[in-house]
Design a protein around this ligand. Sequence first.
Ligand code: NOJ
Length: 548
Amino acid sequence: MTTQEQGREQDHWWRDAVCYELYPRSFADGDGDGTGDLRGATARLDHLARLGADAVWLTPFYPSPLADGGYDISDHTAVAPELGTLADWHALVARARSLGLRVLVDLVPNHTSAAHPWFRRALAAPQDLRARERYVFRPGRGPDGLTPPNDWRSAFGGPAWTRVPGGAAGPAAWYLHLHTPDQPDLNWRNPEVAAEYERIIRFWLDQGADGFRVDVAHTLFKAPGLPDAGPGQHEQPDRYHLLPYYDRPELHPLYRRWRTLLAEHPGGSRGGRLLVGEVILTDQRRLARYLRPGELHQVFNHPYTETPWDGRALRRVIGESLAAARSVGAPVAWALSSHDAVRPVTRFGGGETGLRRARAAALLTLALPGAAYLYQGEELGLPQAPVPEDRRRDPLWPMSGHSDPGRDGCRVPLPWEGQRAPYGFGPAAPEQSWLPQPEDWAALTVRAQQGDPGSTLELYRAALRLRRAHPVAAGDRCRVAGPDSGAWLTFRRGRSLRCLVNFGPGGLRLGPGHRILLASSPVQDGVVPPDTTVWLRPRRAQPPSASE
Ligand code: NOJ
């Protein structure tokens, strides 16, 4: 990429965009079967525009047996019948355009569903080497081949290999799956796989997508020879980049090719298309390698999402993220939540304390320079919902040996209005809802919160408005200051907004000369209470004097 091209990229919409993650099965149900769908989403899309989002990312809505919430895809270029049709997708894109929203779709390149025609063929015809070489099949170890080919573990628990018995058509073999056994890993060293994904990318661009969120973008290539990974594989995030199935150098040329494909494919709207990667690594410098000029536009800042409500830890991760992204000229993509994470309200302590901190964390996140991803329901301050064991859908629950409740609690259908379930989610009876909604969500609906200046919804709306009014100039450096204790931190957004976060335990008296633009909790007599973020407009040029 030339310097001139890099310069032009400074203006691209995605650099400071707010993107709303929409989980279609739980957003809005248009046809009354208890599962959200594309028509339901289209009818409620104005919620995103009123919030002030720039883009929407839809998690998979493709045909899937739902072994992993739709991340097990049996046809990458179609719409799941229970969610709609391609015509419904086009209607959604048209509505998004009319609301000024870009649309991103999920690209899941590491694996297919076991129900995908490619994998069915690979199982049905073991002698068909071409079919088998699209996946990672290997003979087992030991005299009878009954031991898996290596010691790799699934991210959800248990071995990453499943044995398919032999028979007249061929010998027994094992296939690799870094997630559930219903998600066989593709063989990215096979050019046919790469060609198929280029076809999928072109298909969705032709259908109006503005870009892609790339699922587990750090796992596609595996080290040659598939060496053992050793003990503690998923228990040591700091060592993820050393695992033989994560963070391989072969990924980078692949993403460069995709970036070129996005840039060169006909069509596309002003400001360009976007590739945002889910790269789960803790080392910011390793993450930044995916953001080098000509590679992915963004990677989710996973270390930030994982950081607890702790001033010192947050200051460190923010500083490291900004420095690493800056070294490659890319924006940071901040996120507090996703369909995989425990909701911030619950993660930060639950109840009133959790909500207070989640609101403070929202203002912190939305003030930072770069892009921000919001996950549906975050703007309502939803807590993690309790899901009874017999209603859980997430494979994490059984695969963890029932030690991890799984991610269903953040995927419960959204409450829109009304006093009881289904809270306007759709016309189906509450017991038909694919996941049950809690009985005490009436005060959390969109209808209940809108217009209430103290609500979390109005806090997010105000924050997104102000964020837009206080842009960060290209090349503007953000310096985060605060005491070593981590009791508070502060930084400037653009020229005229200062963000101050008080982690407590004491109140913080604001120095003179500041006007409060927005606060996550009420500020009285100039004292910012604990677990509160304020956005300030300095009246004079000098930084604020926050004193404990
Ligand atoms: C990451 C997705 O966000 C998650 O929901 C899924 O289970 C895994 N990738 C596997 O596709």
